[in-house]
Ligand binder design. Structure first.
Ligand SMILES: [Zn+2]
Length: 497
């Protein structure tokens, strides 16, 4: 929260600020976000720990691969908010003790009922690397990972019903698992109206109304360094008229979020400062995206304004840069911009060169757990039989604990020798080979499998973090275009513009 005029809060500048240290081209920048729990060098990737922890990874694991920020979810932590508050906030609660962010939770709730755009299917083999149409909001919804919260399967999603008279958006779907605790009902309902989002909570089956005020109050209790304003996602299938209506609702919700933020900040004086980002929607329409940027950049409530901005919603992949630029050329330069829910290398390059500073997505860790491993020469599916005797490291150019264990004090040989399944696996090199990791991943020994999940997760996270570290360095030394060409040529096998 930034205050202006006579209501200026000195904590704002003292505890949250963004410093641009280098620029490249029209919009790319490297910088440092100064937050209460530490500084964040940008551009960087924000690892997603939906429930206040990243699956299979400890805080030390995250630090060791260069993670600076963890993003959790306001909705998923709703029931724990009081406990987290009592523990001193998210950074203390999970032992991370470094900068954190929370998403508003609106996506996860609405995604319970909304037919979203492209969601990368983890059951696919090697075909889900990119698509022409995708939604960062759908990627945001991946923060609610399928094994956490039942998600709408597109193939089984019910029809989108819109009430013209009430401007309600209702999405129904069947989910036996989702409603297992719901007394007497086998259907769920998510409704969006001007007040907020009404849904049946899959945790306990009760009808809950989630509003901007509840989201912000919850995020204050969670205590992340950066919070997101409550917004409505639209899917790629929504038409222009619906996006106009939705964008106005998101604007009003942003005002209410900011107002509640001011109220909570006053109620909770003495707590660490928390920044609030406004979230921009507008689908694929330039006038709506520009309106969102103008509205949120100018928004003031009792002297408070947004500390930064989250760019979300549905994007056409081929027009991602153009769509981002519609917003970033309007947004104030001195505030950080977070591109919500995207982590593919080409998307990160496009995001950075069009003025985005931070990124998040659950994909690197979730894909790792499913055996989809990132390498500079493209992703591999480690479960494939072709890797059963592959003694190469996952990526010879990687410096993660799996590929370069000496650097991280790991002991791959001891691990191999402790395993009957792996005994005899030939690898005299000092790294975990693809064959070893594949065998560990497929092992029936829980400890061995858990070790594989951890190593593979660290590898994928390190891959994306290393990419952002290199991008940051390239902005500083003026070689961004060369790095982009090199990376995309290697990763995708061709040069992408
Ligand atoms: Zn690695």
């Amino acid at each position: 929260m930034s205050f202006s005029n006579d209501r200026k809060d000195p904590r704002a500048e003292e505890f949250f600020s963004f410093e641009i240290t280098a620029r490249y081209g029209d919009l790319a920048r490297a910088g440092v976000i100064h937050a209460p729990h530490g500084s964040i060098e940008t551009p960087t990737f924000t690892v997603v720990g939906t429930h206040a922890a990243v699956k299979c990874l400890t805080p030390n694991d995250l630090r060791a691969v260069g993670v600076q920020v963890m993003l959790s979810n306001g909705y998923h932590l709703l029931r724990r908010a009081v406990m987290i508050d009592a523990a001193g906030g998210l950074a203390e609660f999970n032992g991370w003790r470094a900068p954190t962010m929370t998403d508003s939770g609106g996506f996860q709730i609405m995604s319970l009922g909304s037919g979203l755009g492209k969601i990368v299917s983890m059951s696919e083999e090697d075909g889900a690397i990119s698509s022409n149409v995708f939604s960062s909001s759908s990627a945001r919804s991946e923060q609610s990972e399928p094994d956490d919260i039942p998600m709408l399967d597109k193939s089984s999603g019910g029809p989108v019903v819109r009430s013209a008279s009430s401007a309600l958006r209702a999405n129904e779907y069947d989910s036996e698992k989702n409603c297992s605790n719901a007394p007497g009902r086998a259907r769920n309902l998510t409704e969006v109206d001007d007040e907020g989002v009404t849904f049946r909570d899959p945790y306990h089956g009760r009808i809950v109304k989630f509003t901007p005020e509840l989201s912000i109050a919850t995020q204050h209790k969670i205590g992340a360094d950066v919070m997101m304003a409550f917004d409505e996602l639209t899917s790629f299938g929504d038409d222009y008229d619906y996006n106009v209506e939705s964008l106005e609702r998101t604007r009003i919700w942003a005002e209410r979020s900011l107002r509640e933020h001011v109220r909570q900040a006053n109620l909770r004086r003495g707590k660490p400062y928390q920044a609030l980002f406004g979230v921009l929607q507008g689908g694929r329409w330039q006038d709506l995206r520009e309106k969102a940027a103008h509205d949120l950049a100018a928004m003031r409530i009792r002297g408070a304004e947004f500390d930064g901005f989250g760019l979300g919603g549905a994007f056409e992949k081929e027009r991602l840069g153009e769509t981002i630029k519609w917003m970033t050329r309007i947004l104030p330069e001195n505030k950080p911009r977070h591109l919500l829910g995207l982590s593919k290398p080409d998307d990160i390059f496009v995001g950075v060169e069009n003025g985005c500073d931070t990124f998040d997505c659950v994909a690197p860790t979730r894909e790792a757990r499913h055996g989809r491993i990132y390498t500079l020469d493209g992703d591999i599916n480690l479960r494939r039989s072709e890797f059963a005797s592959d003694e190469r490291p996952l990526d010879p150019e990687c410096d993660c604990p799996a590929c370069c264990p000496i650097r991280h004090c790991e002991e791959p040989r001891a691990t191999r020798q402790s395993s009957g399944l792996l005994r005899g696996a030939r690898n005299d090199n000092n790294y975990f080979s693809r064959a070893t990791l594949r065998a560990m991943l497929k092992s029936s020994e829980p400890d061995e499998k858990a070790r594989a999940l951890s190593l593979l997760s660290r590898h994928n996270v390190r891959f994306i973090i290393r990419l952002t570290e290199q991008i940051r360095a390239s902005i500083i030394d003026g070689t961004f275009d060369e790095l982009k060409s090199f990376w995309l040529k290697r990763y995708y096998g061709t040069i992408k513009s």
